[in-house]
Design a protein around this ligand. Structure first.
Ligand code: SRM
Ligand code: SF4
Length: 564
């Protein structure tokens, strides 16, 4: 598809935004309507800008329909937490929100923040207020704006990680919507006349689609720079930050069977100094604001603007707006996009403990009482919690004096779990029962599939070989599947498309290998490939690279060739 026709009519979300009085709509009225658990249909589009989605429990949908009841409406809330950092006091406050207002679980997301599920309307505003009282908010966690900004995990790990966290926070603040709508609806602030308000960066229609920014510290590509709209990669001399390499135009989402939609890897366009980074972020966003497709939402992500018009066009337009040219990109190299688990030594005698949280769900299960254990740790922890971009959590900044007490709690609540490397390096999106778009199970199913695949991996002697595997319940790509070496993407209940051959640190897209297959066929398809890999791989060769070298799948050169 080519650049959007400027005369094409705006899509319905654009119309809703234009009537919304800067994101107010009638959300406040809907919250107090006692006749339904839902809010008005048009307000659903606006609610996202406030960090929430209306959902219904899909496990109950059919039964409630039979009983002629409205769906079990509930709300998901996503916290804005740039760089994934929160204090123990904030952890405790969020844990309380989960217990008082949500379904009793905390969900760590693939983008370094918390989600709450199952919030009923009466609990909605109190939950938002409790989050705010903890010094956090949910502004722009969803919606057609810049979302939560990611940074390589753990700002306490090194000065460069601290700088990445600082940049993530600064960009997040700089690109926040300026409307008073959030304060009025959720925090009972006095009303301001929207006619007197200005959105200096976004304008009244905000962006054509969501926008995602990351900041990475090599050799970690834990933020998956190639999957996001805009990324900054730290360039350093030792621990001294020199500047940032800049990448643009990545994204994962696509629609099954629609070739005009595809995942795309970001392009490296140059280097900027630390004091130029905010201006670069703002002007990249402004180019997308002005040139993104406001007619066809399936073609509205920034990756299509770049793909349609070309990287050279984009760079020239960006530099014209900036008033300066980006310097040539500096060399960098990544070697993984996964997390390192257990205790890691920090820089000043402190240590950091990365805890495996399967698919990000923090709940108590039998002997493994994750939620209670983390709550008890938060009560005594003097450092911070750092969420990772792989749905795990780091208990960061533990002093030598405190370490035995933290270790005792980890043991008491069964938090440390011996799991296979395959499981540690896997991610699944939420999918059923809350996600409205899920076509197949993901979070609830991947653990069982991995149990079966572990047997194959063990039998092949690959238990110590890291392989990345990701599952999503639909092709939107919330667990960034198309850059995992093994990816399963939901098509229908129990059926998945199998994609193979991505780069180990997310640097190459995968390719469709089998379509619409169930568990037995998945095991059957993967077993001979893992056997061949074990027998024929070269020293240090990753599974995805082997599959490409062996001709099992071809390497995808560019996103638009993904379906060829
Ligand atoms: Fe996502 C929509 C969950 C990261 C691409 N995503 C959704 C919704 C809100 C479903 C909906 O629109 O009704 C899901 C809510 C499920 C639920 O019940 O919680 C949802 N996305 C998630 C999370 C929670 C998955 C997880 O298991 O952690 C992640 C929350 C991130 C956050 O904290 O902000 C999440 N979503 C992603 C990512 C990964 C990333 O950004 O690194 C992607 C792919 C990258 C990208 O954007 O290209 C992603 N989500 C989508 C898309 C497809 C967008 C597109 O370009 O086509 C949708 C659907 C849409 O926007 O129309 C979507
Ligand atoms: Fe829902 Fe699809 Fe995202 Fe999974 S990938 S959370 S099923 S939108």
């Amino acid at each position: 598809m080519n650049a959007p026709d400027p005369k094409a009519p705006p899509n319905e979300v654009e119309v809703i935004k234009s009537h919304s009085r800067l994101l107010r709509g009638t959300i406040a009225d809907g919250l107090v309507d006692p006749l339904t658990g839902a809010i008005a249909a048009e307000d659903n589009a606006l609610l996202k800008f406030h960090g929430s989605y209306q959902q219904d429990d899909r496990d109950l949908r059919e039964e409630r329909r039979r009983q002629k009841l409205e769906p079990a409406y509930q709300f998901m809330i996503r916290v804005r937490m740039p760089g994934g950092e929160c204090t123990p006091a904030q952890w405790l406050a969020l844990d309380e929100v989960a217990g008082e207002h949500a379904n009793g679980t905390l969900r760590l997301t693939t983008r370094q923040t918390f989600q709450f599920h199952g919030i009923r309307k009466a609990h909605f505003k109190p939950a938002m207020q409790a989050i705010k009282a903890a010094g956090l908010d949910t502004i722009a966690a969803c919606g057609d704006v810049n979302r939560n900004v990611l940074a390589s995990a753990n700002p306490l790990r090194s000065p460069l990680h601290a700088a990445a966290g600082d940049l993530a926070r600064a960009i997040s603040e700089h690109l926040l919507p300026k409307t008073n709508a959030y304060q009025e609806i959720w925090l009972d602030a006095p009303a301001v006349d929207p006619a007197t308000e200005v959105e200096p960066i976004y304008g009244p229609l905000y962006l054509p689609r969501k926008f995602k920014i990351t900041v990475a510290v090599p050799p970690d590509n834990d933020v998956d720079v190639y999957a996001h709209d805009l990324s900054f990669i730290a360039v350093a001399d030792g621990d001294r930050l020199i500047g940032w390499n800049v990448l643009v135009g990545g994204g994962m989402g696509m629609t099954h069977g629609e070739k005009a939609t595809f995942p795309r890897l970001a392009d490296l366009i140059g280097f900027c100094t630390p004091d130029q980074a905010i201006a670069v972020a703002e002007q990249v966003v402004c180019v997308q604001r002005d040139f993104g497709d406001r007619s066809n939402r399936r073609h509205a992500r920034f990756k299509y603007t770049i793909d349609d018009r070309g990287v050279d066009w984009f760079k020239a337009e960006l530099e014209r707006r900036l008033g300066f040219a980006l310097a040539p990109a500096r060399p960098f190299s990544f070697d993984h996009n996964t997390d390192a688990f257990g205790w890691q030594a920090g820089q000043d005698g402190q240590s950091h403990y990365t805890l495996f949280v399967e698919n990000g769900r923090i709940a108590d299960h039998g002997q493994r009482r994750l939620r209670t254990g983390l709550r008890e740790i938060a009560r005594i922890h003097a450092g911070i919690f750092a969420l990772t971009n792989n749905q795990n959590v780091i208990i960061a900044g533990v002093s030598p004096a405190q370490r035995p007490a933290i270790e005792a709690l980890i043991a008491e609540y069964g938090l440390q779990r011996e799991v296979s490397l395959l499981r540690r390096n896997a991610m699944a999106c939420v999918a059923f029962p809350t996600c409205a778009l899920a076509m197949a199970e993901s979070e609830r199913y991947l653990p069982d599939l991995i149990t079966r695949l572990d047997e194959v991996v063990d039998a092949c002697g690959l238990a110590d070989t890291p392989i990345t595997m990701r599952m999503t319940g639909c092709p939107n790509g919330c667990a960034r599947p198309y850059i995992a070496e093994i990816a399963l993407v939901g098509k229908a209940p129990g059926k998945y498309n199998l994609y193979l051959g991505a780069g180990f640190h997310g640097q190459r897209l995968s390719k469709l290998y089998r379509e619409n297959i169930g568990e037995e066929a998945i095991i059957e398809a993967l077993t001979p490939l893992l056997e061949r890999y074990a027998a024929e791989r070269q020293s240090g060769e990753h599974f995805g690279d082997f599959l490409v070298r062996a001709g099992v799948v071809v390497a995808v050169a560019a996103g638009r060739e993904f379906h060829d």
